[in-house]
Design a protein around this ligand. Structure first.
Ligand SMILES: NC(=O)CC[C@H](N)C(=O)O
Length: 306
């Protein structure tokens, strides 16, 4: 990777690493409370394949809600625009697990990235595929060129034991007719996709297709059309950080997606994908240092979509 980018990443990493972390671990999923809170890594992959990482970028972590972009990609690829009959494309302005607007909008989630929207996507995939759990894994292994990617049973089981809010969301959606399968099956699949583990390097590599008009950078294979890529990126920009999506666009200026494991992935279309991990979260459930680092990178590189 060219030295300008490397230097920007190294400087940003060192700078933010010296900050006092103002975030907290996500303890509502018991297994996530066992993560070393001092972990901090970043990795960038450019669409020419060059890449560079700093800090703990080779450590695996739970990608949690970042997986929602990948389930959306697969469902959207298969059923196209019919998807939007069951999920809207508006920012929610609420926390990721809020029940509030579901009643107002009669069981239509505001967008695919709040938990309710991602649960509906899981339901859609279960209806479309013979074995959603295995076929989704095949899909992400294929788009990432990472055949070893897998779910963490430990994390999925931990969330299954305590995920009462998601159980409530799924049953509430079912009462409006927006869940077609058994809620238990849908929730099992939802907890599985949230338990996926990746390193920052693997995550930035996996997301390069969204920075490359829907095309894999390794072999030129189309993952999803240009138009659908535009829409997925638009959703990441407007809804990727829940009630902090405006703040992320304002400070960082890139489409991105966060997870309560402390990961964030962001894209600069036609240029690069970047993944950062620091497990301590701000009050909106987004990585505190992760956001600081990405703001530093786009400010010093003077490269953002705006
Ligand atoms: N924002 C997130 O990463 C939330 C995902 C988490 N599995 C949950 O449903 O609560």
């Amino acid at each position: 990777m060219d030295s300008t980018y490397k230097n920007i990443l190294i400087k940003a990493y060192k700078n933010i690493n010296s900050f006092k972390d103002e975030g907290q671990l996500a303890t509502y999923i018991p297994e996530l409370a066992n993560v070393d809170p001092s972990m901090f890594g970043v990795h960038m992959t450019k669409i020419d394949g060059s890449n560079f990482g700093a800090g703990d970028y080779l450590e695996k972590f739970s990608i949690q809600s970042i997986a929602k972009v990948l389930t959306l990609t697969l469902a959207y690829k298969i059923i196209g625009e019919d998807l939007w009959k069951r999920i809207d494309v508006e920012p929610s302005g609420t926390k990721f697990d809020s029940l509030l607007l579901l009643e107002t909008y009669k069981g239509i989630p505001r967008n695919p990235f709040v938990n309710s929207g991602a649960i509906v996507i899981c339901d859609i995939l279960i209806s479309l595929l013979d074995n959603a759990k295995e076929e989704f894994l095949d899909f992400i292994r294929d788009i990432s060129d990472l055949p070893d990617l897998t779910y963490s049973d430990k994390i999925a089981d931990s969330e299954k034991k305590t995920g009462y809010k998601n159980v409530a969301l799924c049953n509430f959606l079912k009462s409006f007719g927006n869940i077609k399968n058994e809620p238990d099956d849908v929730l099992d699949f939802y907890f599985d996709i949230c338990s996926l583990e990746m390193t920052c390097q693997q995550l930035s590599q996996t997301f390069t297709f969204l920075a490359n008009k829907g095309v894999k950078i390794s072999d030129g294979k189309k993952v999803i059309s240009k138009n659908k890529t535009k829409r997925i990126n638009a959703l990441m920009l407007t809804c990727g950080f829940y009630d902090e999506s405006g703040e992320f666009a304002f400070r960082v200026g890139l489409p991105g997606k966060s997870g309560v494991g402390g990961g964030i992935v962001a894209l600069y279309p036609d240029n690069y994908s970047i993944a950062v991990w620091s497990p301590q979260l701000n009050k909106h459930g987004n990585s505190y240092k992760g956001m600081e680092l990405l703001e530093n990178v786009t400010t010093h590189s003077e490269l953002s979509i705006f």
